[in-house]
Design a protein around this ligand. Structure first.
Ligand code: SF4
Length: 365
């Protein structure tokens, strides 16, 4: 029978014990063997969870292994230079997460004698750790009963119970967290959390899940009503506007020029070429007349220009970036200035850069 239970006013009515049991049974057969699943070290669990918030498991695995090789424990991460941490994070995006990892490792080193606190609230108070990551750490490391609710869990629960509260609202987050907590198998919370996340990642996938071969095909309300594609429900459709970035790879002999991103943006402290930003696309002529660009090269002659990469698209949650890279040869070194500094072109690889710069460096030869 479908739906002989209902979630109402914060309580599940009906028999739902079978959900946790089936999830765990399914998990024991179908789970992927991943290195962070065979550890109870809160440091390793923490790093893996933050990496997996950035990327899919396949790509995340390489980042995790490299990161662990270089920073095998809290102490080594805390003692590292931020620039090196960013370099190891390069390509994952959301660099504030890497900065927070570094900062939190220093707090654990300095305030907790290098030992991760075991208390959920204390963990949640650390920089960059929210409900989800704190729940993952305490349930996987110490089997404490805190539910993890990530995109996979939202999707499975919203379909299974046909819940149309938007998942991108605080109300929705609280609702699903409460529900996941009530469904949780209290005798094995870590295993339950792993199972429900993996189920959403592999079986109850975003597009065209194989519902006919799902262990919940007899119980899932969305499947029964042929409404799987309508769940989960989101309230906000993010508005994305274009932004055009024009990077100048200024070259003189073996020298080129870099600048370090200041401010609080997502690419804070990463390195890039001097850049002109515009809400509208610009042609080469208007770029050359741009005050900013003209101000960089006041006393030198420009020998040649070449567009190396045009309108490379990079999608952020709130903007779509279009990056154009222009190689500019000049015949004399630039005078020292506060905006950018000379480096040997052969050392560009040593600097942590964002994804657009990385793309250019890998594809411009
Ligand atoms: S029947 Fe389909 S929608 Fe429902 S839980 Fe299974 S895979 Fe997800």
């Amino acid at each position: 029978m479908v739906g002989n239970y209902v979630y109402f006013c914060g309580k599940i009515m009906g028999d739902t014990d079978f959900i946790g049991k089936k999830l765990i049974e399914w998990y024991m057969i179908n789970r992927r063997e991943l290195p962070w699943r065979s550890t109870q070290d809160p440091y390793r669990i923490w790093i893996s969870e933050v990496i997996l918030q950035q990327t899919r498991v396949v790509q995340g695995l390489n980042y995790y292994l490299r990161f662990m090789e270089r920073f095998p424990n809290v102490q080594s991460l805390a003692d590292a230079d931020e620039q090196e941490v960013l370099k190891y994070w390069q390509g994952l995006g959301y660099y504030s997460r890497a900065r927070n990892l570094h900062l939190t490792a220093q707090i654990v080193r300095d305030q907790y004698h290098g030992v991760f606190p075991k208390n959920y609230e204390q963990i949640k108070s650390l920089k960059g750790i929210g409900d989800y990551t704190a729940a993952a750490i305490v349930s996987f490391a110490w089997n404490l009963p805190y539910p993890v609710v990530d995109g996979n869990v939202f999707r499975f629960l919203s379909r299974f119970f046909l819940i149309d509260i938007p998942i991108d609202t605080q109300k929705g987050k609280n609702y699903f967290m409460e529900l996941a907590g009530q469904l949780m198998d209290r005798s094995q919370p870590g295993l339950f959390n792993q199972a429900i996340m993996e189920f959403g990642a592999l079986q109850c996938i975003p597009a065209s899940p194989d519902c006919l071969h799902c262990p919940f095909s007899d119980n899932c309300l969305a499947f029964a009503r042929q409404a799987v594609a309508d769940y989960p429900v989101k309230q906000h459709k993010t508005q994305t506007k274009g932004l055009y970035l024009y990077y100048f790879h200024i070259r003189q002999g073996s020298t080129t020029y870099l600048t370090k991103r200041a401010g609080k943006g997502i690419w804070q402290n990463l390195f890039e070429f001097p850049m002109v930003e515009s809400e509208q696309p610009l042609d080469l002529e208007s770029l050359l007349q741009n005050d900013l660009f003209a101000g960089w090269l006041p006393a030198v002659a420009v020998a040649s220009f070449r567009i190396r990469i045009q309108n490379r698209k990079h999608v952020l949650s709130h903007r779509i970036l279009y990056a154009t890279f222009i190689e500019v040869y000049i015949n004399k070194e630039l005078a020292p200035n506060e905006r950018f500094f000379p480096v040997e072109t052969s050392t560009l690889e040593d600097y942590p850069v964002h994804r657009l710069m990385q793309y250019y460096l890998e594809n411009s030869d």
